[in-house]
Design a binder for this molecule. Structure first.
Ligand SMILES: CC(C)(COP(=O)(O)OP(=O)(O)OC[C@H]1O[C@@H](n2cnc3c(N)ncnc32)[C@H](O)[C@@H]1OP(=O)(O)O)[C@@H](O)C(=O)NCCC(=O)NCCS
Length: 174
């Protein structure tokens, strides 16, 4: 007879099935994290530290790029972001999404563009699948550490002249 997986060792699969089955022993926080779709193993407590959302009009970015060119790009975006967006058919769309992501990260951290933070310290990377992620450097990284943020989850979308970014900051603190 195959050994039955114990709840402690069973790999995390699907949060909705966890909730539907009413898995015993899960705390309310673990259940709500699972309900949010967070990719968290059910017995590893993680806490939602904050969320941030931002919407950017693509035309606004297009005008800023047209007026200030590379000087604007280099002040706001990293070399990696500029290289990737610059190769797209409509770079301004992707720049707008990344601009929104940078603002959304700060909202998730509950801070603004102060404390020595720079736009380029929040970088949006892209996995081979297309999925975006956030990498922080410098003062932004220090600010995130101070706030207790261990991970960020990012989602981007763009349509009808606007780009939107949603960020969830997660802490390992219980
Ligand atoms: C994810 C997907 C559904 C989004 O499609 P969409 O509704 O047309 O696009 P949206 O404007 O809402 O979102 C675009 C953003 O989705 C994000 N995205 C793309 N692929 C993603 C993925 N696999 N997982 C999570 N997010 C993804 C990106 O951040 C993208 O923004 P960017 O291009 O500026 O980096 C679509 O890209 C998809 O099906 N991807 C799967 C991989 C695929 O089929 N690739 C094409 C191979 S030829």
């Amino acid at each position: 007879m195959p050994a039955q997986a114990s709840p402690a060792t069973e790999p995390y699969r699907d949060s909705s099935s966890l909730i539907a089955s009413g898995t015993p022993g899960l705390s309310w926080r673990e259940l709500t994290n699972a309900a949010c779709g967070a990719a968290i193993p059910p017995y590893t407590a993680a806490m939602v530290l904050g969320v941030g959302v931002d919407v950017v009009e693509v035309e606004r970015l297009r005008k800023l790029i047209a007026r200030h060119g590379r000087r604007f790009l280099r002040r706001v975006f990293t070399a990696r972001e500029i290289a990737w967006c610059g190769r797209r058919a409509q770079p301004e769309v992707h720049y707008a999404a990344r601009f929104a992501a940078k603002e959304a990260v700060l909202k998730a951290l509950g801070t603004g563009w102060s404390e020595g933070l720079a736009f380029t310290q929040v970088e949006v990377r892209r996995a081979r699948s297309g999925a975006p992620s956030v990498v922080l450097t410098g003062a932004a990284r220090a600010r995130a550490r101070k706030a207790g943020a261990a991970r960020f989850h990012l989602s981007l979308s763009h349509d009808a002249g606007v780009a939107v970014a949603f960020v969830l900051a997660e802490s390992d603190r219980r």
